[in-house]
Each structure stands twice: as C-alpha cells, then as structure tokens.
Design a protein around this ligand. Sequence first.
Ligand SMILES: O=C(O)[C@@H](CO)OP(=O)(O)O
Length: 193
Amino acid sequence: MPTIILLRHGETHWNRQQRIQGHGDSPLTLKGIDQARAYGRAVAPLLGAAQWRLVSSPLSRCMQTMAIFCEVAGLDFAQVERDARLKEVSTGEYSGRLKAEFPPGELGGSGRQSWFFHCPGGESHDHMVARLSAWLESLSENDHVIAVSHGIAGKVLRGLYCGWDPDSALAQDSPQDALFLLRDGQMQRLACP
Ligand SMILES: O=C(O)[C@@H](CO)OP(=O)(O)O
C-alpha cells in the first residue's frame, strides 16, 4: 500500500469564526501559519531517502499550508500536484454561513447522517467516498505521498485507507496540530507541537 502523510490545513479565519467552509475558502490565521510551520518541523525528520510526492487540495487554505510546510521541511513547492479529489465536502448553499445562524439542532446528526452530507446543493457521503477512493486507487503500491486536505475529507480518507466502518471514521477528530502517518493499512497519529 502507498505510504501517506496526511495533513489538514492550518486554522483559517472562517474556522475561527465557526463559519462553514466546504468549497468556500478563507486564508490562514497567524495560528494557522504557525501550525503549517509545525507540520514542516514534524515531517522533516520522517522524510528519509524516499521520493515524496506532494499533493494538495486546490483550495487556497491547503495550498497556503503546503507552501509554508514545504519551506520549513525543505521540500520544493514547485513539485506540488493539485488534486480536486482532495477537496472538502461541498456544503452547497451553507458555505460561508456562520454555524450560529442556524437554529439549535439543525446542524445535527452523526456519521453519514451528519448535516454536512445533507446541505442544500451540497455533496453526499457516497459522492465523497467515490472521489477519495478514486484518488487512493490512483496511487501506486510504493508511492510515498504528503497530502494536504481537510477535516471531513481527512476522516473519510483515513477510514478508507485503514478499512474502517464509515461512521467510526467520521467519529474521529480532525486536528490542525497533529498529522496522520498512513502505512501498511494502519494509522499513526503524531503530534505537531
Ligand atoms: O468546511 C469546513 O467548514 C471544515 C469542516 O471540517 O473543513 P476544513 O477542514 O476545510 O476547515
């Protein structure tokens, strides 16, 4: 199986405001910039002699994270591949809205029943699984990949890689101060202080 170091982008202004992003976008906060630097410091000692492919969701919060990460880790940002299959779930018409705007309980549900897979004009869990599975299947057995993606996309991806039941995968957290090393079908979480 391919080896993947999976990162979520650093904190953004909309994350801080509790504003729904989806395919909308906002830049990193200063804290998010520091988190991207911390990813670079944590990953540099893991690189060894392998030839790492660098792949990012094209959303600017991921590209910004990747640029800072590359500079700190000593990797070449010019080599970064943008892959739309790594985008966050589309939250359709809810993108850009504050979570606080919604009546209590409206943004509820868990696992595949979570509100974020049922937004008007948004993306279903099945659609997201199809595109993330296609990305995983496009990798070669011996690939070493550093991927920058998103909170929900990252959970689904970790679940697909490790073969977890989808609802358990979605019950995971989506930190911006830890990375996930995916190797031989297993996941290791490493703090990035
Ligand atoms: O879209 C969002 O609001 C969040 C949800 O997790 O995703 P991201 O990881 O891009 O902040």
